[in-house]
Design a protein around this ligand. Sequence first.
Ligand code: TYD
Ligand code: MG
Length: 483
Amino acid sequence: MAKSALSFVCQNCGAAYNRWQGKCESCGEWNTLAEEDTTGATSMPVSVRSRRKGRTFALESLAGKSQDAPRLPSGMAELDRVTGGGFVRGSVLLVGGDPGIGKSTLLTQTTSLLARAGHRAVYISGEEAIAQVRLRAERLGLADAPVQLASETSVEDIVSTLSEGSVPRLIVIDSIQTMWTDTVESAPGTVTQVRASAQALIRFAKKSGAAIILVGHVTKDGQIAGPRVVEHMVDAVLSFEGEGSQQFRILRAVKNRFGPTDEIGVFEMTGLGLREVTNPSELFLSERDLGTPGTAVFAGIEGTRPVLVELQALVAATSLGTPRRAVVGWDPSRLSMVLAVLEAHCGVKLSGHDVYLNVAGGLRIHEPAADLAAAAALVSSLTNAPLPTDAVYFGEISLSGVVRPVAQTSARLKEAAKLGFGRAVLPESARGEVGSDAGLTLNAVGGLTTLVAEIAARGLKGNRESATSEKNATPARFRRQEG
Ligand code: TYD
Ligand code: MG
């Protein structure tokens, strides 16, 4: 009497249950359980298990020597920056991103560059026919690169093919969702299959020393589809992001066992493939709406690199009972917090206004240091007062309305000075840190109230000049608060 190996597996997180239920108790998602045959994936038969005797192995010391340079530079500096200096031998990397963002393009370019440099590079496409991959390479002007190409989906076939000849330095599997292995019964794309296929490929990478890049699909809420488990299995997870309508693409390390996780690589999608952008600040500021109310330049840090980026805010009167708050490229809860602080401590009434905030260029900001720039843009839009065109802003806002210092002040100031900015609005406590030789005029603010008052004063002045005929053009938006 064989026990049935059928079980219900959550397609979101991979948790297994022996009966169907509506909600996955592990990840909380609804309707994600699907019946899968997990024979072979779970365990070997008891008879085999009990007979196997443990074998002894040698234990190593931490201070051992590795034989040769473990990293292989990809030929693209922006990619190397994100991986931490190139592909590590025997490592497995997962690259996730929306469909059409340019994953296949990026990896075609990398494999071609490596192949041209004389390394064995293999590109396995499970999604596209060979002709399609060739067409792309032709378009990229890389058709002459000696990349080894195949359109295959069986992991066993792939592993035995690649075990022959010299060890490939880089293998691209596009994508892991299309791969399947004989060892499990369920259909390709299910969690069990994806996990088993990834396992087999990772085992091959560790054994042979080849670096493998797995391409992973992303669901509409931005997670790498299905196999969250795969994220735990691989050495690094890179996410390729960008707004569909924008040309900029950002490669970000979400997890990296061999390098930092806060670096970004910036690319531009052109008719000839992805072009590396070495100075992202120029890119994010290139089409600046100079002097329009509601725009502020944020001096940010991405990894080790300073990046200046424009924040755009629109605050518009609304007739809706619940005003809209929409934000692109920044954390919505961070926006709510800044709005609450403005309302509670600075007397800025926003409950009757829709608020929109956008980070220009498709960049996604994770730093709390953007608080001050966001607040400046919001107040500027509300009061219709353009901010000084030569100013950059950075600083974290605390719930009490105090502007708190942030890390790497001098790197931010240096980048701003390099790009021709004349002044920086920054936390009070950061001023002592830089001294007088910053190359910029420093406008230190201790609290958010100071900043709001400064911007409002500009707005009042500007409106008085421009609207002499129109009496009462400036509504009393600001209610001075005592204490
Ligand atoms: P692709 O790499 O196929 O995306 P993914 O593998 O992430 O699904 O890229 C698809 C998009 O990129 C497609 O919309 C066309 C565009 N593209 C260019 O703009 N220029 C190019 O040189 C190439 C090859 C693609
Ligand atoms: Mg693709």
